[in-house]
Design a protein around this ligand. Structure first.
Ligand code: FAD
Ligand code: NAD
Length: 476
């Protein structure tokens, strides 16, 4: 075996790892990355991109089915071609994987195909599925091995019937009656998508609201929309048991409320666990939490100097853009430009209407005992929303009552995943709520609801009935 030395070695080429490798090369380091599967990780192959490709067809179908609302008539049957939809998805996945490979080539990143395993600090063995293992050493190591879906022990293991998102984004046919276990982000995006494709959807969530990690008003509003579309939602309910029925073609489920329901497919969307087993972490002395995440400090460094962990594997925030931002920060820290990672990270949920959030929720701010003021603005009051007939939703802003600082922004409505960028930038700049209100927002847009909501948080809104009269001093 030959041993090659790199300045930085990255394990895993998801949105965390591939960006880290590119950043390292850009900064002049000799960089390598090991990937055991497709380039692009969960995000590109089983997550963000395939799910959004499917959702784009689902949303268009939903709009066409409701075209009358816009005064548009569609004659003949409105349908869809699942093969064509999945063909488009697969084509863009191939394109994007090729894009990552060319970026590596362009920047001189060495790409090793195979399973990377630590063999002591700064030493790695990369074993391809065929061919000999390669041993490398590295000055700095970045662990970017991501996460995998949680599966529930004891439930049927036939992946054609009881699936996780790994299978669901690549379904070759659609179920008729689908149970989604978990009303989190995957559960809600799939519920919305599948209902639009004509699937009878039931969601079972064990906590009292959909999207329980976000501001509670978002899940509540989404629940009303889902119910309006005929999506059956059980909250505060657990699936207690599951067994195959009808010769394996159906699944019988027992709920904690005593009901027994039958489905032809189940999507288990109850969270993800870190992909940190069989990585040789012990050999390097790297500690993990009880759940297998790799704890890091604000420089994204593990308990072993020079060994960093980014993205889903460190458990700080399981989102693609968080992984990429961690990747850049870890490399900058590894190459001596010490900088803590403190940026606010937005969340975007691609239901229709969309949901987006950044900063503290009302609940989190109250739990921290912060004195807060809340501003709200219904999107339906906006000229743009009325004109475009997208009147569902609201913007909610949280302000620190004493410092005036913007603490959080939460939205449900058309284009919410784009609108959140503006509030994220303001939060990143530590803007005050007055800064948000003073900013001029283009008219007519949905983003005007951000300004209106900020004004409401300051009790200065003009397009809502006054909460109380504020008399400005005259001539003073
Ligand atoms: P991953 O993307 O999981 O990549 C890790 C890579 O490491 C994988 O390619 C894996 O093969 C490789 N690997 C693991 N172990 C080894 C080893 N020992 N040797 C070599 N290679 C190894 N996030 C968003 O921000 N927006 C979304 O819209 C969104 N949608 C999603 C939809 C779904 C259905 C799912 C499941 C997730 C979604 N996510 C979304 C989350 C997002 O995909 C993850 O947060 C992101 O992919 C994490 O990036 P990562 O680089 O940390 O890990
Ligand atoms: P999640 O943590 O968002 O939701 C899981 C849900 O399942 C929770 O609400 C939980 O209370 C519920 N649950 C757990 N066990 C249950 C049980 N036995 N019965 C009923 N409900 C149960 O996780 P997810 O939806 O699986 O998504 C995984 C990760 O992928 C998330 O962390 C998310 O950040 C990421 N993701 C992001 C996007 C996006 O950004 N648009 C989309 C999809 C996934």
């Amino acid at each position: 075996m030959t041993t090659e030395h790199f300045d930085i070695f990255v394990i895993g080429a998801g949105p965390g790892g591939y960006v880290a490798a590119l950043k390292a090369a850009q900064m002049g380091a000799k960089a390598a990355v090991a990937e055991q599967h497709h380039l692009g990780g969960t995000c590109l192959n089983y997550g963000c991109i395939p799910s959004k490709a499917l959702l784009s067809s689902a949303e268009l179908l939903h709009s066409v089915q409701n075209a009358r609302k816009w005064g548009v008539t569609v004659s003949g049957e409105v349908g869809f071609d699942w093969q064509e939809i999945t063909k488009h998805k697969d084509k863009i996945l191939r394109q994007l994987r090729g894009g990552v490979a060319s970026l590596f080539k362009g920047r001189g990143v060495t790409q090793l195909t195979g399973h990377g395993n630590l063999d002591g600090a700064g030493r790695l063995v990369v074993t391809p599925s065929d061919g000999p293992a390669r041993v490398v050493t590295a000055g700095k190591v970045i662990i970017a091995t991501g996460s995998v879906p949680v599966r529930i022990p004891g439930w049927p293991t036939d992946a054609a019937v009881v699936c996780t998102s790994d299978e669901a984004v690549h379904w070759t046919s659609l179920p008729k009656k689908l149970l989604i276990v978990g009303g989190g982000v995957i559960g809600c995006e799939f519920a919305c998508m599948m209902q639009a494709f004509g699937v009878a959807v039931t969601v079972v969530e064990m906590l009292p609201s959909l999207l329980p990690t976000l501001d509670q008003e978002l899940g509540k509003a989404l629940l009303a929309i889902f119910k309006g579309r005929g999506i059956s939602c059980y909250l505060d309910t657990k699936v207690e048991g599951m067994e195959l029925a009808a010769g394996g073609a159906a699944v019988k489920t027992r709920l904690s409320n005593g009901e027994t329901l039958e489905f032809d497919r189940v999507l288990v969307a109850v969270g993800r666990r870190p992909n940190t087993e069989q990585l040789g972490l012990d050999s390097a002395g790297i500690q993990t939490s009880k759940r297998g995440f790799v704890p890091v400090n604000d420089h994204l460094e593990t308990n072993v100097a020079g060994h960093y962990c980014i993205g889903d594997a460190n458990g700080r925030c399981l989102l693609a853009h968080a992984a990429s931002a961690h990747g850049v920060a870890a490399v900058e820290n590894a190459l001596g430009h010490a900088k803590p990672f403190v940026s606010p990270i937005p969340s975007a949920v691609y239901t229709f209407p969309e949901i987006a959030s950044v900063g503290l929720s009302e609940q989190e701010a109250r739990d921290q005992g912060l004195p807060i003021a809340i501003g709200r603005f219904p999107i339906g009051h906006l000229g743009k929303a009325m004109a475009a007939r997208h009147t569902d939703g609201f913007v909610k802003m949280i302000r620190h009552r004493e410092t005036g600082q913007l603490l959080g922004a939460h939205m449900l409505g058309q284009n919410a995943t784009e609108c959140i960028a503006a509030t994220t930038a303001l939060l990143h700049q530590k803007a005050s709520m007055q800064d948000v209100a003073d900013t001029v927002w283009a008219h007519p847009t949905i983003s005007e609801a951000i300004k209106e909501s900020a004004e409401d948080a300051l009790n200065m809104g003009l397009h809502l009935p006054p909460r109380k009269i504020i008399r400005a001093p005259v001539g003073g």
